[in-house]
Design a protein around this ligand. Structure first.
Ligand code: X2X
Length: 341
């Protein structure tokens, strides 16, 4: 933006258009104006692997398209909350956006299906499902809403519950617990089933909501608890692994279709390649992040996942969501993870 404005001003005031080109290269500006200048935004801290790898993808796209496609990365909710960015994506004000499937479900209901409590045993089940039939099912639904989802999701991770006043050890400890959840009916439903008192808050307001004790706790993967420095305002983390969460790389379909096919292919291939690299980064990070967080003072609490799962079952959570997603989608999920009821 800045470069373009300066350049336009320069062109207007000092040189004729015909001599602009050599001047530009003398000044060693990175490239002449790209044919397509697009924005990609997300909610995650700059240091999160999501931003490191997507920034690399954008650089490769610029290079491999010979400067024709420039994608500027806006991390850390710079363009607003997830809810804001989803509206911008739909209107075309934003061309690319990574969003949790669960939050996307406010537009595409079945997109929260990967968040069903304790559905995926481990990553050995996650990636074959999301790169396979379950992911394809969700992507087909996304396509009906004017959005295009790239085939490789980025990892967010298995989610854990943090708290400030008291540790959460058992499902009973969640009774009446004031917990922040992201904007998604599945999240609210799940924490109500646990007996907690969930409040919907977008990620850009989570740190301050915890700091001011609007809520007592929240749940996120360890990688985000670390990179977003949530350990500064929380004391305990209960290792529940209560759901797996990932980010769809979404494009505004009209904007994406405006690219010639060969450029589209480059963009999708590079962001898919970076998704695989980001998954790897998080897998490596999982070996060290617990120790990092312990070193920063967060106290770890082990839990019995079976007890939390039993609580969801007795509250009717699985039956309710099987009904909401429908038998067809539920069967695709169960084919990947086994019987849930
Ligand atoms: O909002 C959250 O908690 C986050 C960052 O994990 C999601 O994107 C769902």
């Amino acid at each position: 933006m800045t470069i373009k404005m300066n350049r336009r001003r320069l062109l207007g005031s000092t040189v004729a258009a015909s001599t602009a080109f050599p001047l530009v290269s003398i000044l060693s500006w990175p490239a002449h104006a790209a044919e397509f200048s697009y924005k990609y935004a997300n909610n995650s801290p700059v240091t999160h692997p999501l931003n490191i790898r997507t920034t690399e993808a954008a650089a490769r796209v610029l290079e491999k398209t010979g400067g024709k496609v420039e994608i500027k990365v806006f991390p850390n909710n710079q363009l607003g909350s997830d809810t804001d960015m989803l509206s911008q994506l739909r209107s075309g004000a934003l061309e690319f956006f990574t969003l949790s499937g669960l939050i996307l479900s406010t537009l595409v209901p079945v997109a929260s299906i990967n968040g069903v409590g304790f559905a995926f045993k481990d990553y050995g089940q996650v990636w074959p499902a999301m790169d396979g039939a379950l992911g394809a099912y969700v992507r087909a639904e996304i396509a009906k809403r004017g959005l295009y989802a790239f085939s490789k999701m980025y990892d967010n991770g298995y989610r854990q519950i943090t708290s400030a006043a008291k540790p959460i050890k058992t499902p009973e400890d969640l009774s009446g617990f004031k917990i922040r959840v992201p904007a998604s009916p599945l999240w609210t439903s799940m924490f109500k089933a646990f007996g907690a008192s969930p409040t919907t808050i977008n990620f850009n307001e989570v740190y301050s909501a915890l700091q001011t004790r609007v809520v007592d706790g929240q749940e996120n993967p360890l990688s985000l608890i670390d990179t977003a420095k949530l350990y500064e305002v929380q004391k305990y983390v209960a290792i529940t692994n209560h759901m797996w969460d990932g980010f769809w790389f979404l494009a505004n379909k009209k904007a994406f279709d405006a690219l010639p096919a060969n450029l589209r292919e480059i963009v999708e291939a590079e962001f898919n390649a970076s998704a695989l690299a980001e998954r790897d980064d998080l897998a490596k990070m999982s070996n060290t992040v617990a120790d990092t967080l312990k070193g920063k003072g967060l106290q770890f609490v082990d839990t019995d996942a079976a007890a939390f799962r039993a609580k969801l079952k007795s509250a009717g959570f699985y039956e309710e969501w099987k009904g909401k997603f429908g038998a067809e989608a539920w069967a695709v999920l169960e084919k990947a993870v086994g019987s849930l009821s």
